[in-house]
Design a protein around this ligand. Structure first.
Ligand SMILES: Cc1cc2nc3c(=O)[nH]c(=O)nc-3n(C[C@H](O)[C@H](O)[C@H](O)COP(=O)(O)OP(=O)(O)OC[C@H]3O[C@@H](n4cnc5c(N)ncnc54)[C@H](O)[C@@H]3O)c2cc1C
Length: 390
C-alpha cells in the first residue's frame, strides 16, 4: 500500500487548493448575500479555470478532459469541495461520466461541447412521487416512427436554469422491469420542454434547483444513451462515480475546511483566562473531527482504488456516501458549537456551511438508501466481501 503522491499529483492538489482559496472562496459572501453568482463573474471563473486546465478534469484526455484516474479525481474533488457548490459548478464543470456512455455521434453532440464548457448538463431523475424509489418514476418515453415522445416531469434538478440539456430517466417499457427505464439526452430548447419554479433551499445559495416538464416532446432516436433498459444500471454505475466525487470527496473537503476554522478559533478565543482549545471538551470535538475526516478520506480512496482497479465498486461508493456525508454533518455541528454564539450568526462561514452540509445526507441517495445497498452486500457475501486480499 502506497500513500505517497507523485510530485505532479502533489503540485496539482496544491495549485487547485490555491485557486479555490484565492479566487473562489472570496466570492462566497456576495453569493450568500445576493443569492446568486453574477453572470459576468461566472464567465470569468470558468475562463480562468479552463485556461489553467482545471475544467472537466475527470474526463479522459481523448475527449479533451484532464484524464485523471479515479484516485486523482478524488484528490482534486476534495479541494474543490472546500468552496460552495455553485462555484465548483462554474469553475470545474458538471461533466458527468454518463456522457461517456454515448456512441460517437452522441459524444460529438453532447460530450465534447460540455467538456469545452460550451454547454452545461444537469441530471433529471427525481420526481415528486419517486425520489429514493428511482424505479417508480412515471415520466414516459413512447417509441414512434421518428424516435420517441416524452411526457412527464422532474423536480430538484440542480443547476437546471443554467443548463442547456438534461440527462432524463424515463420508462420505455413498463413490462420489462427491472429494465423498464432508459436515459435520454434532452435539449432544453426542444418544443414541449418547460422549466418550472426554482425550488428555494435551506442552503446552497446561488445554485438553482428546478422543476422540469415535458409535454409531448419529440426526441430523435439518437437521444437514448447507454442502451434501452439500462437506466437503472447506469444510475448505479456511471452516476455512482458522480456520487463518490461530488458527494464523498467534496464532503471531506468541506469538513476539512471547517476543522481548520475550529482549530484557529480554539487557539485564539479566550475564556476563563485560557484559549478554549485548552479545555478537554473542546479538544474532544477537535480530535473526533480529525479522526472522522481521516477515516472518511481513507475509505474514499479505497473506493476510488476499486474503480481504477476495475473491481465491483458499488458498495464501496455507498459506504463512502454514508460515511463522508455523516462525518460532514457531525463536523459542521461541532464547528458551530466550538464557535459558540458566533457560530450561529449569519455572515460567518460556519453558519452557512452548517446549512449547506445538511443536504449531503439526502441528495444522490439518502443515507438510509445507501445503507440498504451496503446491508445487501453484507447479507450476500458476509464480512469477507471487503477483506483486504479477499
Ligand atoms: C438540494 C437538492 C438537490 C438535488 N439535486 C438533484 C438532481 O440534480 N437531480 C435529481 O434527479 N435529483 C436531485 N435531488 C433529489 C434527491 O436526490 C432526492 O431528494 C433524494 O434522492 C431523496 O428522495 P425524496 O426527497 O423523494 O425522499 P423520499 O424518497 O421520499 O424519502 C423520505 C425518507 O424516507 C426514507 N426512505 C425512503 N425509502 C426508504 C427505504 N427503502 N428504507 C429506509 N428509508 C427509506 C428516506 O431515506 C428519507 O429519510 C436533489 C434534492 C435536493 C434537496
Amino acid at each position: 500500500m502506497d500513500f505517497a503522491l507523485t510530485d505532479e499529483q502533489r503540485m496539482l492538489v496544491h495549485t487547485i487548493r490555491q485557486f479555490v482559496y484565492d479566487e473562489l472562496i472570496p466570492l462566497e459572501d456576495d453569493i450568500e448575500a445576493t443569492g446568486e453568482l453574477a453572470a459576468d463573474r461566472a464567465r470569468a471563473i470558468f475562463e480562468k479555470s479552463r485556461d489553467l486546465g482545471f475544467y472537466a478534469m475527470n474526463i479522459p484526455e481523448e475527449f479533451g478532459g484532464g484524464g485523471l484516474s479515479a484516485v486523482e479525481t478524488m484528490l482534486v474533488e476534495e479541494q474543490f469541495g472546500h468552496c460552495k457548490d455553485i462555484l465548483i459548478r462554474r469553475a470545474f464543470g458538471n461533466v458527468y461520466e454518463v456522457l461517456l456512455e454515448g456512441d460517437s455521434a452522441q459524444k460529438e453532440r453532447w460530450l465534447l461541447p460540455t467538456v469545452r464548457g460550451e454547454r452545461t448538463c444537469s441530471i433529471a431523475i427525481t420526481e415528486p412521487e419517486a425520489g429514493s424509489d428511482a424505479a417508480g418514476i412515471s415520466t414516459r418515453a413512447v417509441r414512434t416512427d421518428e424516435g420517441w415522445t416524452l411526457n412527464g416531469g422532474k423536480y430538484f434538478v440542480s443547476d437546471g436554469i443554467y443548463s442547456d440539456f438534461f440527462v432524463v430517466s424515463a420508462v420505455t417499457d413498463p413490462d420489462a422491469r427491472p429494465r423498464h427505464i432508459s436515459l435520454f439526452l434532452v435539449d432544453k430548447s426542444l418544443p414541449g420542454v418547460r422549466l418550472g419554479q426554482d425550488q428555494k433551499m435551506m442552503g446552497l445559495a446561488g445554485s438553482s434547483h428546478v422543476e422540469l416538464f415535458f409535454d409531448d416532446v419529440h426526441l430523435e432516436p439518437g437521444t437514448l444513451i447507454g442502451g434501452e433498459g439500462n437506466g437503472l444500471r447506469l444510475a448505479l454505475t456511471a452516476l455512482g462515480r458522480v456520487r463518490l466525487a461530488q458527494v464523498g470527496a467534496r464532503a471531506i473537503g468541506k469538513a476539512s475546511r471547517l476543522l481548520g476554522y475550529m482549530a484557529d478559533y480554539a487557539n485564539q478565543r479566550v475564556q476563563f483566562g485560557k484559549n478554549i482549545g485548552q479545555f478537554q471538551m473542546i479538544q474532544e470535538m477537535l480530535a473526533d473531527s480529525a479522526i472522522e475526516i481521516n477515516r472518511s478520506r481513507l475509505l474514499l480512496h479505497r473506493a476510488a482504488y476499486a474503480l481504477d482497479a476495475g473491481e465491483d465498486y458499488r458498495t464501496w461508493i455507498s459506504m463512502v456516501k454514508v460515511d463522508a456525508a455523516e462525518t460532514l454533518g457531525r463536523v459542521a455541528d461541532r464547528a458551530v458549537q466550538v464557535f459558540g454564539g458566533t457560530g450561529y450568526t449569519h455572515g460567518f462561514p460556519v453558519e452557512r456551511m452548517y446549512r449547506d452540509a445538511r443536504i449531503y445526507r439526502i441528495f444522490d441517495g439518502t443515507s438510509e438508501i445507501h445503507r440498504t445497498v451496503v446491508a445487501a452486500g453484507v447479507l450476500k457475501g458476509g464480512a469477507k466481501t471487503w477483506d483486504i486480499g479477499a
